[in-house]
Design a protein around this ligand. Structure first.
Ligand code: HAM
Length: 427
């Protein structure tokens, strides 16, 4: 008797990407790699698992990510406290310090892959999602800050995306934030009766985040709160203007959003987000900024840095709306055969066709011609190559073109040794 087991399902908020959609991912990844290479960025791959301390120190103890969204656990084999990366930046910086990347010359690096945050899933918000993360390490800006934004603008153009707007802000330097923080705490104390529970809890530990509230009852209070931008000194303002001038040169529109603070604590000076209204509630496609303090915070010799991350699910959702990706067929050539000898010959010929760069599927298993032709058609192949007893005797394959106009010749015989030449000239 066979025992039946209960079906297992993927975890909530973690999606399978199946072959019918994975081609979109592959196309996007390829486009992104070319785009990054055109600005001199090189790939870097860091582990998915890191010591929890890296993120709590790097991202900040009093942030949503560290307080409530990390997949953290104790390794039962050695007691280590570990976390599935909720973002790339901290790990990339850790690796750069560990391998002494930072002190010979600047490095432009990128990574792509899954990150994990235990959030409430909805459209555009998942627990395992994917980021394209780009970091310019060792460069003080403002030129490189602007270059990153200009570069993103180019990606939107390459992908044919419309309706993405840019918001920028400056978070100044530590002393400027400290002066603003004091004024802000005083202001929040004056308005304590309006603050919700979370705001009251955070008003001393992370008052800037209180202004990031979604609570409608607190909007007016947040709008009128002292603005960090008004506390910026000359140098910070000059940095901000340096970015703006370059964006103006490039013809890129932006709005200053003085309440843009971002959800991670490591930022200073330039911060930015690209936002769209086409994705419902989760409209931020990309976020980033400068984080000159992170490298020393993680134990490295001080060095400036700036970067951003794009949410790939959100980007693909936008690409799909523009329908600007074309599905690739499974193969160019589908080999149809009848009988054991024909199958073996088909495998040999298929290898020769792959030698000349064709993508070939040899029908697997024994089925009738009719069902094999159905599979050939469904595969999207441009041509079917048919081998039966006759073909083996004459050493010629029957070639059936599957996607020609009605009035063109659909079928022809081609000698085995001519097959690669004939197919490559037509496919
Ligand atoms: P972040 O704003 O936390 O920044 O995330 C970047 C992007 O990831 C967001 O703009 C959004 O598109 C996407 N994203 C975030 N959470 C989710 C989610 N739960 N589901 C789907 N997509 C999501 C960072 O992670 C910084 N490390 C960016 C950075 C790099 N700053 C400097 N360098």
């Amino acid at each position: 008797m066979t025992q039946s087991f209960q079906k297992l399902r993927a975890l909530t908020g973690m999606k399978d990407i199946l072959p019918d959609t994975s081609w979109q991912w592959e196309q996007l990844e390829e486009t992104v790699r070319q785009w990054l290479a055109s600005y001199g960025y090189r790939n870097m791959r860091t582990p998915v698992l890191e010591h929890t301390q890296l993120f709590s120190r790097g991202i900040g103890e009093v942030t949503d990510i560290v307080e409530k969204e990390m997949y953290s656990f104790t390794d039962s084999l050695n007691g280590d406290l570990l976390t599935m990366r909720p973002e790339f930046t901290a790990g990339m910086v850790r690796a750069s310090i560990e391998h002494n990347l930072l002190y010979d010359r600047p490095h432009r690096v990128y990574a792509m892959g899954p990150v994990f945050r235990h959030e409430r899933p909805q459209r555009g918000r998942y627990r395992q999602f994917h980021q394209i993360d780009v970091e310019a390490l060792g460069l003080p800006g403002p030129d490189v800050d602007a270059e990153l934004i200009i570069m993103l603008n180019r990606l939107w153009k390459i992908l044919g995306l419309k309706d993405i707007r840019l918001e920028i802000n400056s978070l100044g330097q530590a002393e400027e934030r400290a002066a603003h923080r004091e004024a802000l705490i005083r202001y929040l104390e004056e308005h304590k009766s309006i603050l919700d529970e979370e705001a009251q809890r955070r008003m001393y530990s992370n008052p800037l985040r209180v202004l990031d509230t979604k609570n409608p009852a607190m909007q007016e209070m947040a709008n009128n709160a002292p603005k960090l931008f008004d506390y910026l000194g000359e140098e910070s303002l000059a940095h901000y203007q340096g970015v703006c001038k370059r964006l103006d040169d490039a013809g890129i529109a932006y709005t200053l959003n003085p309440r843009l603070v971002r959800g991670l604590d490591y930022y200073n000076l330039t911060v930015f987000e690209w936002i769209t209204d086409r994705l419902g509630a989760q409209g931020t496609v990309c976020g980033g900024g400068r984080y000159d303090g992170l490298i020393p915070l993680l134990g490295g010799k001080p060095a400036p840095a700036v970067g951003f991350a794009i949410g790939m699910e959100r980007l693909l959702d936008l690409c799909e709306q523009e329908a600007n990706q074309t599905e690739q067929s499974e193969c160019d050539v589908y080999m149809v055969h009848q009988g054991d000898d024909a199958q073996r010959q088909a495998s040999l010929l298929a290898e020769q066709l792959r030698d000349v760069g064709l993508r070939v599927i040899v029908h697997a298993g024994s089925s009738g011609f009719k069902s094999q032709f159905k599979r050939a058609d469904a595969s999207g192949a441009y041509v079917a190559v048919i081998l039966g007893e006759n073909e083996l005797t004459t050493r010629t394959a029957s070639v059936k073109w599957l996607r020609l106009e009605e009035d063109e010749a659909q079928q022809q015989s081609v000698a085995f040794d001519q097959l690669a030449t004939v197919l490559t000239t037509k496919v």
